[in-house]
Ligand binder design. Structure first.
Ligand SMILES: Cc1cc2nc3c(=O)[nH]c(=O)nc-3n(C[C@H](O)[C@H](O)[C@H](O)COP(=O)(O)O)c2cc1C
Length: 154
């Protein structure tokens, strides 16, 4: 990993974020290798059966990174409450794959935009219902977990 990141950094000034991180060990290696951020992802769970759901490993990665670089997450983000949960567990941001493609297929550019607007509106509603005035006010105290399941938003 170290050599790959070094090589990438030698050919671009763009920030290098490592995608596909689902363990604390890989998260620490990514930071040591000089990644500008890590993306918790199982690539949409399209490759490997039984790959962990990204929401269930997000907190472990966030803890391992310890604030050194931003942690992003994707996979299964389908509604605003999914975004809220990810933020509460320490993600700086979420990324979205298939929902935008579905919007694109249904109504072109307007459809893709509509999907993002829906996610934003749903996130704002979830934040309001949890008493959060800004994304910065969404904290770990707003989710209850049970094992690797999110049990409630508070
Ligand atoms: C058709 C398709 C092709 C993809 N190809 C790649 C790929 O080549 N490399 C990669 O890292 N992720 C790939 N992904 C995964 C996405 O980058 C992203 O991680 C995933 O779609 C996020 O999950 P979501 O679709 O549930 O939002 C692909 C996803 C889809 C649906």
């Amino acid at each position: 990993m170290l050599q790959d990141v070094e090589w990438l950094k030698s050919i671009t000034t763009l920030p290098i974020l490592l995608k596909g991180i689902v363990t604390a060990e890989d998260a620490r290696k990514a930071v040591e290798a000089g990644a500008a951020g890590v993306i918790v992802s199982n690539h949409g769970a399209r490759q490997l059966d039984y790959a962990p759901a990204t929401i269930s490993v997000l907190e472990e990665v966030v803890k391992a990174v310890g604030g050194a670089v931003p942690v992003l997450v994707d996979g299964g983000i389908r509604r605003g409450t999914d975004v809220f949960k990810a933020l509460a567990l320490g993600a700086r941001a979420v990324m979205v794959g298939r929902p935008v493609f579905y919007g694109l297929a249904a109504r072109g550019e307007a459809g893709a935009r509509h999907v993002i607007e829906m996610l934003n509106a749903e996130l704002e509603l979830a934040m309001a219902l949890c008493g959060c005035r800004s994304v910065g006010e969404v904290t770990r105290a707003h989710v209850v977990t049970e094992g690797d399941r999110i049990r409630a938003l508070l």
